[in-house]
Design a protein around this ligand. Structure first.
Ligand SMILES: [Zn+2]
Length: 180
């Protein structure tokens, strides 16, 4: 092997490893950013709930309008922040799916897929056997398109349930549920 060929091959390998490292870093950074954003979102939503409750309490007490306004004056800013956080989270969560050719409309449609079509038996109280472990009696509560297991705390929407039951990736579960 000539030196030039050798170094060409080594360069290719080096480029490939850097490429892998790059995608790994990007994935890690995305996850880190997402967990930061989700924590921020929790705080912001809790703050909004608190302000709204204070405002409702003030209204119930018939506090003067000025005082009620003071209690609620920062609400629009918090809501604006919540909106910004939600859009960035949505963007990061769906970026890879967009790259995989999934549209937001497909995700919406997949998310709205009725859970009762996916879970074999949901009883009258809304409980089904948990799909995350062997379940002797139904411990997974379903409501709309969401479910929550009171035994293992597994929670998910229709997409997550399809991923788990049919062992699909997110884009494939979306395609499966949205039909296309
Ligand atoms: Zn469970």
């Amino acid at each position: 092997m000539k030196t030039s060929e050798h170094s060409g091959w080594r360069k290719q390998l080096f480029d490939f490893v850097s490429y892998l490292r790059g995608t790994e870093d990007a994935e890690w950074q995305k996850e880190r950013r997402l967990s930061f954003l989700r924590n921020e979102q929790k705080v912001v939503l809790a703050t909004i709930a608190k302000i709204e409750k204070e405002y409702a309490d003030a209204a119930a007490r018939h506090d003067p309008l000025a005082e009620r306004m003071i209690a609620a004056y920062s609400l629009p800013d918090w809501k604006k922040m919540a909106g910004k956080l939600a859009s960035e989270i949505y963007y990061l969560e769906t970026r890879d799916e967009m790259a995989a050719g999934i549209t937001p409309e497909q995700i919406e449609r997949a998310r709205a897929y009725p859970l009762e079509n996916l879970l074999p038996e949901i009883n009258k109280q809304g409980y089904a056997l948990c799909i995350n472990h062997d379940d002797a009696k139904p411990s997974m509560f379903t409501r709309g398109n969401f479910c929550y297991c009171f035994s293992c705390q597994w929670t998910g929407d229709s997409i997550a349930v399809a991923m788990k039951l049919k062992n699909l990736t997110f884009p494939n579960a979306v395609r499966f549920l949205a039909g296309g």
